[in-house]
Write a protein that binds this ligand. Structure first.
Ligand SMILES: [Fe+2]
Length: 385
């Protein structure tokens, strides 16, 4: 029998208005926070002022670091570290989507650890504990607020590095669906498809087991029920809550069970062509599912049922195919590109993208089907359209 590990050290505060509730948690973390946000509209969200006010009432000073672009690189992280040191920050708050939260995670780690960030790529390479870290998502997709992973650009080959460490877990995640109400439909769709991809890839992972599968199935059901609604009407509070919960649960699942080929390929596409992570996942997901189906029909059958598909009386493989149909049906109504060709990916790049993705041994080893580079070439060709 296999031996499993479930490590889950993050305190989570969830619900509408939960941002207001953090004062009792935050007192013990320090006296001066570095608040890390994106360089776009997030930094001017009214919620940033709300957060400042809450911290001020607790006697906590704030330095705002709002220089994080999509797919943050090592240099941005080092600038954040320098800023935090100059201003005497003793804890870090990541506020925004996956990019500012991932940057905040590595800034918090770097503040307490010397050495090159590029040497931390992989699992367990950060030498010691980080400064206390709080993550507050304003999108519903990444799940980064509850995971031990940060993705930073700028590895030796210019690739996206996955830094995986127990020292990257935040001490507190504040998931307030109200913070997602102003997210535009295209971002809602892309980040929501990231959450759904986390749910699906974690469920079929070779490292999945009963508790992670329960989380994955619930997340898949929520995302398939609410993503279209959240895109159509951003003020649909039930749909926004459903997507915040889907993102949270999928993050809890995949931090334990790992991901698969959609993410391995998505990271390669993001590093090479700057394609947003959720968009790349959305375009790749049905093709990766079709490739994986023969290796995990029962897991895909469970996903089809969780996503509300009628599967009674169907053969195992036919029921599993219903999971792909559920994803394709959802993609057909979302404001997203349909294929890699629409995203400007040239056919000539397929082999080198496949080779880069194949180097992601961690995601390849959790993917349910054994994979050779030619398989990745085939998936990319299908996704080109
Ligand atoms: Fe993802």
């Amino acid at each position: 029998m296999a031996v499993h590990l479930l490590r889950f050290p993050v305190q989570v505060v969830f619900g509408e208005g939960s941002l207001e509730e953090i004062r009792s948690f935050i007192r013990s973390f320090g006296k001066h926070a570095l608040v890390v946000t994106g360089d776009g509209p997030t930094a001017s969200m009214p919620a940033v002022d709300t957060l400042r006010g809450i911290l001020a009432r607790e006697g906590i000073s704030v330095s705002l670091f709002s220089e994080v672009k999509s797919d943050p690189d090592v240099e941005t992280v080092e600038r954040g570290v320098a800023r935090a040191r100059e201003e005497g920050c003793d804890f870090v708050i990541g506020f925004g989507g996956g990019s500012p939260m991932d940057a905040a995670k590595v800034i918090a780690a770097r503040l307490n650890n010397e050495g090159e960030i590029v040497s931390w790529e992989g699992v367990g390479r950060i030498p010691g504990r980080a400064k206390p870290l709080v993550c507050i998502p304003t999108t519903s997709g990444t799940g980064s607020e509850v995971t031990w992973v940060a993705v930073i650009s700028g590895g030796k080959r210019g690739q996206k590095m996955s830094i995986v460490s127990q020292y990257l877990y935040p001490v507190l995640a504040v998931v307030d669906p109200c913070l997602t109400y102003t997210m535009p439909p295209e971002i809602t769709a892309a980040t929501g498809m990231d959450a759904l991809t986390h749910a699906l890839e974690s469920h079929v992972s070779r490292r999945a087991w009963e508790p992670t599968r329960a989380l994955s199935l619930k997340a898949a059901g929520l995302a398939s029920a609410y993503l279209e609604r959240a895109c159509q009407d951003g003020s649909d509070t039930e749909a926004r809550r459903g997507m915040s919960l889907a993102s949270l649960l999928a993050g809890m699942a995949f931090t334990a069970s790992g991901l698969g080929l959609a993410h391995a390929l998505s990271h390669a596409l993001g590093a090479r062509f700057g394609i947003p992570h959720g968009v790349a996942n959305a375009v790749l997901l049905p093709h990766v599912m079709r490739f994986n189906l023969p290796a995990a029909p029962e897991a895909y059958r469970e996903l089809a049922a969780a996503m509300g598909m009628e599967i009674s009386g169907l053969s195992s493989l036919r029921a599993a195919e219903k999971a792909v149909e559920a994803v394709e049906g959802l993609l057909a109504v979302l404001p997203l590109p349909r294929n890699l060709g629409d995203l400007g990916v040239p056919a000539s790049s397929v082999e080198s993208l496949a080779a880069e993705a194949f180097l992601n041994t961690r995601m390849r080893s959790s993917n349910p089907r054994e994979t050779v580079p030619e398989d990745l070439v085939g998936i990319l060709r299908e996704a080109l359209g």
